[in-house]
Design a protein around this ligand. Sequence first.
Ligand code: UGA
Length: 434
Amino acid sequence: MNITVVGTGYVGLVTGTCFAESGHRVTCLDLDAAKIETLRGGGIPIYEPGLEELVRRNVKERRLSFTTSYPEAMKDADVAFIAVGTPPGENGDADLSYVLAAAREIGRHLTRYTVVVDKSTVPVGSADKVAEALREVTTQPFDVVSNPEFLKEGAAIDDFMRPDRVVVGVASERARAVMAELYAPFVRAEQPVLFMDLRSAELTKYAANAMLATRISFMNEIATLCEKLGADVDQVRRGIGSDRRIGHPFLFPGVGFGGSCFPKDVRAVMSMARHLGLDFDLLRAVERVNERQKRWLVEKAHKHFGTLAGRTFGVWGLAFKPRTDDMREAPAITVIEGLLAAGARVRAHDPVAAQVADGIFRGRGVTLVDEPYAAAEGADALLLVTEWNEFRQPDLARLKQLMAQPVLFDGRNVWDAAKVRAAGFTYYGVGRAA
Ligand code: UGA
């Protein structure tokens, strides 16, 4: 099939590349000419393990190409994916203007029956608006499909190639057949394409992210209880996760969830409910707990040190999670801003997010260093914010020698409390006994 993908952000680029890898001819379109230049030259505008190699191979084998031109991208297209951004507006609603603009451009260049697929995360009812936008500009036949994305940054290729499920909202048999063929290489009998109506598919995306965010805030509340009660959250986590009805994933307490999806989608669901005269109380609490959790490290530091003014803190990890350079709504921002506001100095290291962090913290009293141990030099305490693998087995003797005081705040519970205490450190974990 000939596939067009509009938007070469995270979702668009991964989607286009993976479809090319499965043998289709894919044209990715973006209005940002600099981005398209980079991609044509074999560069990748985002950090995602394995993606660069896959892009290069498919470009070389002429299954994948990049353009800024709609006529070129839409020539012979069987399927056109819309994968542009839906940034939150002032009131938390997703802004549909990029999606509708892309729909209109696609519509203007339709030459025959085409399936137009919404991959962006859009409010329920958007497929109808996309269809309306198309109808305004074309008389060619088309179907609109909702196909939300469940990729995790840092594991996106694997999530796309071996999905737990593919959700497809359709309103016609013809579109259903096209989507079934498209996803056939990626699904198995036990992990099928779930066909459903358009609105249910749109809501599934939000419901999944809101549920996962709820699990995380729930565990962060349990962690707070553990600290007060002298229980250990790791043991409680294992205890409840073994119940198959609950399951183990996404029960890790920490410094709060961040990224471009969970915080935005939680707010979007609340906003959708509000428009309908409903109050999604539960998600309000999820958000409140998350805001509090992002302040956990700094509060612990206050409790330990009293005043933080004039102290130096080392920070390990800045990205909102490992294996990405994405710092959107990253808890590290709240942590570092809290330390700076209290008059402390910060030395921070992240394996890949330093450049992004520089854009956020430049001129604000944060020293970004290239190497983890340089962040600990002269520090009164070291704070682990993002659980990159390289932080999991620190050289404790070296840390102790470098730091002004041997104090560790483990925002992700990755260190062995007994071991670091035996090495002479004061250790704080989330939901772990002090
Ligand atoms: C999330 C979803 O997991 C994807 O399925 C979805 O496609 C994506 O949003 C999206 O809507 O585009 P992502 O934001 O890449 O993916 O990252 P996650 O791995 O879900 O992590 C989100 C945040 O939750 C991170 O800050 C992470 O540290 C935190 N988290 C995750 C926890 O604090 N505890 C956990 O147990 C799991």
